[in-house]
Design a protein around this ligand. Structure first.
Ligand SMILES: Nc1ncnc2c1ncn2[C@@H]1O[C@H](COP(=O)(O)OP(=O)(O)OP(=O)(O)O)[C@@H](O)[C@H]1O
Ligand SMILES: [Mg+2]
Length: 245
């Protein structure tokens, strides 16, 4: 089976006269695998996520070298609408992706755009609402929700298209411990349904949902390893400021 994600020699800068933000990044994610990305603020995690879902180069043009393939599709050769069926991303700042007047409309928006039948749309909306435990938010206005709730609604809206690959950029960071449990259990359920998940996550307590961890520093991959081995390497975590003495 081909890998879900293949990144080869990926180098990126937002501006031609600006700094290199990603420097020769190479890795693969297997079908159905959960990979967590860790690293200090500003090391390029969100930029890498944008490359995995095609926001770079289709929205942020900049200078990109190398190749990103998602389920065999070169992201440079497909437009964002096309890529949305392959890969869905929940942004670190969910305000950038919420614009409907109710949560229900927000979740129905993408399937409606894809011209799915109304009964299928209804079924999708009901399914993701129940999966994420957000029934109480159904009629709420997305822009009036808490940060954590917005992340859940943005995730629900992405799941409504049922893409095989999900990119989650710090979706747990603003959640309380109940919210974290809810999202962690949703990630487990999605995993058992065969989804491939790439999640930026800095909390060492919650990151064990991942099969492997990718650690970045200043635009480069420092290490990519199975979660258990990496978390057991206390010296490495301390040296990379991912844990504190
Ligand atoms: N749209 C942009 N234009 C120019 N530079 C940008 C843009 N977005 C991010 N950068 C720069 O790229 C670098 C990497 O940013 P990025 O957001 O990818 O880091 P990050 O690891 O996700 O950080 P954080 O943990 O704070 O979310 C930073 O120096 C940032 O200032
Ligand atoms: Mg970020």
């Amino acid at each position: 089976m081909e890998p879900a994600v293949v990144v080869q020699g990926l180098t990126y800068q937002y501006k031609s006269d600006g700094p290199l933000i990603l420097k020769n990044i190479n890795f693969q994610v297997a079908q159905g695998e959960i990979l967590a990305i860790m690293g200090l603020s500003g090391c390029g995690k969100s930029t890498l996520c944008s490359c995995l879902c095609g926001i770079i180069p289709h929205y942020w043009s900049g200078l990109m070298a190398g190749k990103v393939m998602v389920n065999g599709k070169n992201i440079q050769q497909f437009n964002l609408a096309n890529l949305a069926l392959e890969v869905g991303m929940v942004f670190q700042n969910p305000d950038t992706q919420l614009f409907s007047s109710t949560v229900e409309d927000e979740i129905a928006f993408a399937p409606e755009n894809m011209c799915l039948a109304p009964d299928i749309i209804r079924e999708r909306v009901d399914q993701v609402i129940s999966l994420l435990g957000i029934t109480a938010l159904r009629e709420a206005k997305p822009n009036q929700l808490s940060g954590g709730e917005k992340h859940l609604v943005a995730l629900a809206a992405v799941l409504a298209l049922d893409p095989p690959v999900l990119i989650l950029d710090e979706v747990m960071s603003q959640l309380d411990s109940d919210g974290k449990k809810l999202v962690a259990s949703a990630i487990k359920t999605l995993h058992t349904r065969g989804k491939t998940i790439v999640a930026v996550e800095h909390d060492l307590e919650t990151v064990n949902f991942a099969d492997r961890l990718l650690v970045m520093n200043d635009g480069e991959i420092v290490r990519i390893d199975v979660t258990e081995s990496l978390l057991a390497d206390r010296d490495f975590l301390l040296a990379n400021r991912l844990a504190f003495a």
